[in-house]
Design a protein around this ligand. Structure first.
Ligand SMILES: Cc1cc2nc3c(=O)[nH]c(=O)nc-3n(C[C@H](O)[C@H](O)[C@H](O)COP(=O)(O)OP(=O)(O)OC[C@H]3O[C@@H](n4cnc5c(N)ncnc54)[C@H](O)[C@@H]3O)c2cc1C
Ligand SMILES: *[C@@H]1O[C@H](CO)[C@@H](O)[C@H](O)[C@H]1NC(C)=O
Ligand SMILES: *[C@@H]1O[C@H](CO)[C@@H](O)[C@H](O)[C@H]1NC(C)=O
Ligand SMILES: *[C@@H]1O[C@H](CO)[C@@H](O)[C@H](O)[C@H]1NC(C)=O
Length: 432
């Protein structure tokens, strides 16, 4: 690889954008990024009003990367005004207890300051704004160094900086939408991609960074599973916004997570039991979990069981808000690996093709730095320990121990009320 190597990145989410940015920083001059949507891509998991930025991990690799990323979030002028540090409470109820115990250990070993175990009583006395019983918040830890970032804005700034550095972005439902990889019939080498408008984009090196959409575009041999996360928002009044401004980030790995209100009074809550949608992709014929988003199907809404569980979970924390209407809901999709390690690797059979995704519900915080590691991989200098954790691992039995988010996945087809829900409720409201 040399500085003129024609590099094409599929997907301008967290992994793709950071990779483009860091390649340009290192002087590569021919970088194209294709996405179905202009930056910040409205479908990317990375495009959101808030994402948690923390170093609490059981696995030392991500704790170290988290500390490195936090330093970037704090100090890079690029992210000025986008990073907020209210601190967070990480908690588990049952299946994720070993993960939380492990993170406390790892954080202490790495010298993170201010880590403190809390009980429901000590949480309520430290944060009087928390009125719930916190039932099921069986093991909780406070980390004052954790915060949240205005994720979509950060993604957009990084994409703009990459473009100012010469990266060429191609977006749009036709021009930017990759439908197929171009593979050499004889050698299997990847020579570029074909987009929905029929254009062939030739390249020396292709990086697949299409997040949850990756496994329906290319057979990933079950290494990646697209999982949908339910997110809901409640509009607070300005008095309430002020009242809840002392609310920290509260995250129970099994009972949902809750953010401090945004300046405009939007209070965001998310569910930690994930949804798969297993079917056949019409274009590639691959059968796998495929993202189902409300952007593609605006008449659909959250499954009824998920909404009730989210409200039960909110009642444990802020019961007074548990029955408030949701002003906006979303199914947000990420690609999970079985061991939650990223998948950042050359493809096993197709020369010229690299994979950089598998965020496994925790990738966003690394936006400032992940592309540096992907670039190291492309240049062949990535640390051997990281190479082995992020390698192509089809067919390998994974020891799924002490992981976050151990709840079994729910299949969308088995859930009720979501199909046509938005359309039904809108038409009902318009008749009132
Ligand atoms: C609800 C939710 C909450 C999360 N919270 C956190 C958090 O608090 N902290 C944290 O660190 N992480 C969090 N994550 C995880 C994080 O958002 C992801 O791990 C990360 O965004 C994954 O990056 P990615 O680049 O692989 O995918 P994405 O960011 O989803 O980007 C993929 C991009 O590929 C594009 N694309 C897909 N298919 C094609 C195609 N065929 N052609 C062209 N473009 C295509 C999409 O349009 C999209 O822009 C959360 C994820 C979700 C869903
Ligand atoms: C989770 O709960 C079950 C049943 O109550 C119990 O047997 C199990 O030990 C618990 N798991 C952990 C990690 O505490
Ligand atoms: C945690 O709390 C819940 C709800 O209070 C309880 O049912 C459960 O048994 C507890 N789990 C463990 C592992 O202690
Ligand atoms: C998918 O299947 C259809 C119908 O069998 C076929 O026409 C099409 O070429 C297949 N596409 C791919 C990418 O294999």
């Amino acid at each position: 690889m040399n500085k003129e190597t024609r590099i094409l990145i599929i997907g301008a989410g967290c992994f793709g954008t950071s990779t483009a940015y860091h390649l340009a920083e290192r002087g590569y001059t021919s970088i194209r990024v294709l996405d179905r949507y202009p930056p910040p891509s409205c479908e990317a998991a990375a495009t959101d009003i808030s994402k948690i930025i923390r170093s609490d991990y059981n696995e030392p690799l991500y704790a170290r990367l988290g500390i490195e990323a936090i330093s970037a979030w704090r100090s890079w002028p690029l992210f000025n005004g986008l990073y907020h540090v209210p601190g967070w409470i990480l908690s588990a109820s049952n299946l994720s207890l070993p993960f939380v115990e492990g993170s406390i250990e790892t954080c202490k070993k790495l010298g993170v300051k201010g880590i403190e175990r809390l009980t429901p009583d000590s949480i309520r006395s430290r944060f009087p704004v928390v009125t719930g019983k916190l039932d099921g918040w069986n093991l909780s830890v406070w980390n004052p160094t954790a915060g949240w970032a205005a994720a979509g804005k950060a993604l957009e700034r990084m994409a703009n900086a990459a473009q100012e550095n010469g990266v060429h972005y191609i977006s749009g439902d036709k021009q930017g939408y990759v439908r197929q990889l171009i593979l050499d019939e004889a050698t299997g080498q990847c020579r570029g991609v074909l987009t929905a408008d029929g254009t062939k984009h030739e390249a020396d090196l292709v990086v697949l960074a299409a997040g949850a959409w990756s496994p329906s575009l290319l057979d990933m041999h079950s290494q990646l599973t697209a999982k949908g996360h339910a997110v809901a928002h409640i509009q607070l009044t300005s008095a309430e916004t002020k009242h809840y401004s002392s609310f920290p980030i509260m995250d129970n790995l099994e009972l949902g997570y809750f953010f401090p209100p945004q300046a405009d009074g939007i209070f965001k809550i998310a569910h930690s039991q994930f949804i798969t949608n297993i079917r056949k992709d019409k274009n590639s014929n691959i059968t796998t979990s495929i993202p189902h988003t409300f952007l593609q199907v605006p008449e659909d809404g959250l499954p009824l069981e998920i909404e009730s569980q989210m409200r039960r979970n909110l009642r444990r924390v802020l019961p007074e808000l548990a029955d408030r209407p949701f002003c906006y809901t979303r199914l947000c999709w990420d690609a999970d690996t079985a061991d939650r390690h990223f998948l950042v690797t050359p493809h096993q059979n197709h020369r010229g093709l690299f994979i950089a995704t598998g965020g496994s519900a925790h990738g966003f915080k690394f936006l400032p730095v992940i592309g540096k590691y992907v670039t190291d991989l492309l240049e062949g200098t990535l640390d051997a320990d990281i190479v082995s954790k992020w390698k192509w691992r089809a067919g390998q039995k994974v020891e799924a121990k002490n992981l976050a988010h151990m709840d079994p996945d729910l299949e969308l087809e088995d859930l009720t009320g979501w199909r046509g829900r938005q359309a039904r409720e809108t038409s009902h409201a318009s008749k009132l």
